[in-house]
Design a protein around this ligand. Structure first.
Ligand code: ATP
Length: 375
């Protein structure tokens, strides 16, 4: 499915007019500050429930307003089991946030829904912006987020196990911080925590295996010699050859001293190594960027194999990737049948991405003062 209709109200500087997009490529260009990233950010809200660039909803509400709304219409795509409504839309998604009342309302097909996952599962949104390179260069948290996004779209029930595990972890942390050792209470938390951790890690491992397979297939297709010698491995956050409850008991003193949980899914990582050393230490910035792009494409391949279409949001990639890498990305995303939004400051040249006479279906928009005009 692809996002073919978007309408926002009081969202940054965006005009409230509805816009229709291509289920294939959408090229958005405009001057600095015209609103290009805001369009991607609004789309991101429907698939992620939050902004991909700021942590507070407050920042995106238009100045002087207290509530914003984003509405999106999804087409049926290749999924013939889904029938469209009279407007040809397979799903209608809506998110509104009142920042004064601190209330979020979510709607799917005209019904209020409570959980974000009920909305987000319809629109797998993958962002490639200058911040994405932290997946390789940054800490394990970024890589967990990267993996969990895919696990959720492969297996939507993962969201509720993840939330339960977060809740139990924070309760367990509170007990650890209490100072007074209440061994019987800790054992209760240990066993609940270990059960949820096993379930979470099984899901992560299974999805990681699919991801790795897709990644290995991809590197065989692209001409990137340094991918030989690259290894990736999922680390669940503890040594699964041992029971987690046993590890927790054996490290009780250490955890009490630190005041939080040191073993389990919150320590999980995707370990990326080149000739045995972490890629963050050995790869050049350019190699790290290419690796992230390949990893993002591999995620798209996993979902594409399941008949799902990812909506890629490519923000300001001209500043980060050279022509060759941009073209590789554009070709692969085309082959996947993904929906893609690409922003740029200059008027885009589709032929530089796909070659003369071989451009896919695309729509081009000029963005000015928050308003999109199709060309
Ligand atoms: N809450 C808000 N209310 C109203 N306008 C806002 C709000 N937040 C940001 N803006 C303005 O909205 C505009 C859109 O910014 P955006 O980052 O989307 O532009 P852009 O086209 O991606 O620019 P660049 O090419 O510089 O990255 C900016 O001019 C900004 O000042």
């Amino acid at each position: 499915m692809a996002l073919v209709r978007l309408q926002t109200e009081h969202f940054r500087n965006l005009a409230p007019d509805p816009v229709s997009f291509s289920p294939s490529f959408n090229l958005l260009y405009g001057a600095n500050g015209s609103g290009k990233t805001s369009v991607l950010e609004a789309i991101g809200y429907l698939g992620l429930g939050r902004s991909f660039r700021v942590s507070r909803h407050q920042a995106v509400v238009s100045h002087g307003q207290s509530r914003f709304t984003v509405f999106g219409g999804l087409d049926q795509g290749a999924d013939e089991s889904v029938s469209g409504d009279e407007g040809g839309l397979a799903h209608r998604l809506g998110i509104a946030r009142d920042v004064s009342a601190k209330e979020t309302s979510l709607r799917v097909d005209g019904e209020n829904v409570r959980s974000l996952s009920s909305m987000a599962k319809h629109l797998p949104v993958s962002v490639i912006d200058p911040g994405v390179f932290d997946i390789v260069a940054g800490g394990p948290g970024k890589r967990r987020q990267f993996l969990d996004w895919l696990v959720f779209h492969v297996e939507p029930s993962f969201a509720s196990v993840w939330q339960q595990c977060q809740r139990v972890t924070s309760q367990r942390n509170q007990t650890l911080r209490n100072g007074r050792i209440d061994e019987s209470l800790l054992r209760v938390w240990d066993s609940q925590y270990a059960g949820l951790s096993e379930r979470l890690s099984d899901s992560r491992q299974a999805t990681f295996d699919r991801f790795k397979e897709a990644f290995e297939l991809l590197v065989k297709q692209v001409d990137v010699p340094w991918t030989q010698g690259l290894t990736m491995e999922f680390f669940p956050g503890w040594d699964r050859a041992h029971e987690l409850t046993e590890i927790l008991r054996n490290h009780r003193e250490q955890e009490l001293k630190m005041g939080h949980t040191l073993y389990g899914p919150n320590r999980a990582d995707i370990r990326l190594k080149f000739q045995g050393r972490p890629v963050a230490e050995t790869f050049s910035r350019g190699q790290q960027k290419t690796l992230v792009i390949l990893m993002k494409i591999a995620q798209g391949m996993v979902l594409s194999d399941m008949g799902r279409q990812v909506t890629f949001l490519l923000d300001d990639i001209n500043a980060e990737l050279d022509v060759g890498h941009r073209a590789m990305l554009a070709q692969k995303l085309r082959a996947l049948g993904s929906q893609v939004f690409i922003t740029s400051i200059e008027h885009p040249d589709p032929e530089s991405l796909w070659g003369a006479g071989d451009t896919p279906d695309y729509r081009m928009f000029h963005v000015e003062h928050g308003k999109l005009t199709e060309e």
